[in-house]
Design a protein around this ligand. Structure first.
Ligand code: BGP
Length: 458
């Protein structure tokens, strides 16, 4: 079978500023929470590797863009660093403007569309000190940042997104000890989640007020939640997981309102954030033009075995996870691989979210100690990754054939890059990065993907 994708389909890679640029203390960039956290607790980061250099994109972007061209990519989605563009939160850093202009110009010159995201986990430190997403002042500061970026780059950039995976700072930073500020408090987490949606809607409004020619969306990591059985209890538990982890962001972003069942649940457990007058209208009137979806793994859910302890609430208080007997794991990075999930997402968007245009903003396979797959010629023989892409693309293709409005597929990621706490532990790149020399070399999956992008199918 030959799988052909729609005309003008976007083939590319995803990345983010903090994970690739490096130069974290150069040319006027202020500290974000990652720079700060690494300074005070470097031992938390895998092998003590912090965000200072990462993959050196700040200096090597021209060659990296040539490499994108070489593999026939026509799209690149990455982010702007808030603390680089506006070090004090208010005034523009001209060196940052030059850098981003140079990157965007270089991409456009090579017929690679930049899809630019504003927030990818990298809260400026001085704003975290004001309360981060818990503070409405920070919501306003984000709106100023967004407006500034639209005014500076809005002629070149035709597709913007406000946030990447807004659930992650909530889940990792306010429900677990995995991201700074390491708070575990479901009530505060609900505020952070709500304020990020408010910030997103405000930025969308600002974008539309500028009357630029382009579109604005959001990137969400969706984790389809599959119940263990069709028992009422299991189905309900899976529905609650879906409400917390997917619909808390999907519904306000695309439909402009929160699901009733979620509001009731939060109200029952006294978790509802304060909502100011006008905010819900603002959200309703400023939904996204398109959706970016990151997909890695699903959730397997069964009913909660124990009674809910309302003094110690977490999303997991409402359901349990279980191991699906047919589960297949990525043996090199402990995550379930379930390709059909991408099809289920495609159909869910088509049936329940007005068939809004969407694209895969991240999908990929992380591998620990990937150097074990280096062959004599110095190429990573990553057949496992080719299979991963192929299977996901087949299911995505089926979703598109059945009418889902998907306009692109972006792998995570272009070249091995630094990841939050995990640093360089899990490699995802199409290009391998040798950290001693910063040299890049194409992996076998890169050769394969290049053919797919060139022929718009496989
Ligand atoms: C996503 C993030 C990316 C990236 C990826 C891989 O959730 O948007 O920024 O880090 O996950 O995760 P990891 O490096 O932890 O394997």
């Amino acid at each position: 079978t030959y799988y052909t994708f729609p005309d003008n389909f976007k083939w590319g890679a995803a990345a983010s500023a903090t994970q690739t640029e490096g130069a974290s203390q150069q040319d006027g960039k202020a500290k974000n929470i990652w720079d700060y956290w690494f300074e005070i607790e470097p031992e938390r980061f895998h092998e003590g590797v912090g965000p200072m250099i990462t993959s050196d994109f700040y200096r090597q972007f021209k060659d990296d863009i040539k490499r994108m061209k070489a593999v026939h990519f026509n799209s690149f989605r990455t982010s702007i660093s808030w603390s680089r563009l506006l070090p004090d939160g208010i005034n523009v850093n001209e060196k940052a403007v030059d850098f981003y202009n140079n990157v965007f110009d270089e991409l456009l010159k090579n017929d690679i569309e930049p899809i630019i995201n504003l927030f990818h986990f990298d809260m400026p430190l001085h704003l975290q000190e004001k309360g981060g997403w818990e503070s409405l002042e920070v919501v306003e500061a984000f709106n100023h940042y967004a407006k500034t970026a639209f005014e500076l780059f809005g002629e070149k950039i035709k597709r913007w997104t406000t946030f990447n995976e807004p659930i992650v700072p909530v889940e990792m930073g306010y429900l677990n000890h995995y991201h700074y500020p390491c708070v575990v408090d479901m009530k505060r987490a609900a505020v952070v989640a709500y304020h990020s949606m408010l910030a997103s809607a405000k930025a969308i409004k600002s974008y539309r007020q500028l009357n630029l020619e382009g579109e604005i969306g959001i990137i969400l990591n969706l984790t389809p939640s599959y119940p263990r059985s069709d028992s009422e209890e299991d189905v309900k538990a899976a529905r609650i997981a879906d409400l917390f982890f997917n619909r808390s962001f999907l519904d306000p972003s695309v439909l402009g309102k929160y699901p009733e069942e979620l509001i009731e649940l939060l109200r029952d457990y006294d978790l509802l954030p304060v909502v100011n007058e006008g905010d819900l209208d603002l959200m309703e009137n400023n939904t996204v033009d398109f959706l970016g979806v990151n997909y890695y793994q699903p959730r397997r859910i069964k009913e909660k075995g124990a009674p809910i302890d309302s003094n110690n609430l977490l999303p997991e208080s409402f359901f349990d996870s279980y191991i699906w007997p047919e589960r297949r794991m990525n043996p090199y990075r402990g995550w379930e691989i379930y390709e059909k999930g991408i099809y289920d997402i495609a159909i869910n968007i088509k049936d329940n979210y007005g068939n809004i245009p969407w694209y895969v903003a991240e999908n990929g396979m992380g591998v620990e100690h990937e150097e074990r797959f280096l062959d004599k010629a110095g190429m990573i023989q990553d057949d496992y990754r080719i299979e991963f892409y192929e299977e996901h693309l087949k299911w995505l293709h089926k979703g598109i054939t059945e009418g889902s409005n998907c306009f692109g597929y972006h792998i995570w990621t272009f070249m091995d890059n630094w990841s939050w706490l995990n640093a360089y532990k899990n490699r995802y790149g199409l290009y391998r990065v040798d950290l001693d020399t910063q040299e890049r070399s194409l992996k076998k999956s890169g050769q394969w993907f290049s053919q797919v992008a060139e022929h718009n199918g496989f």
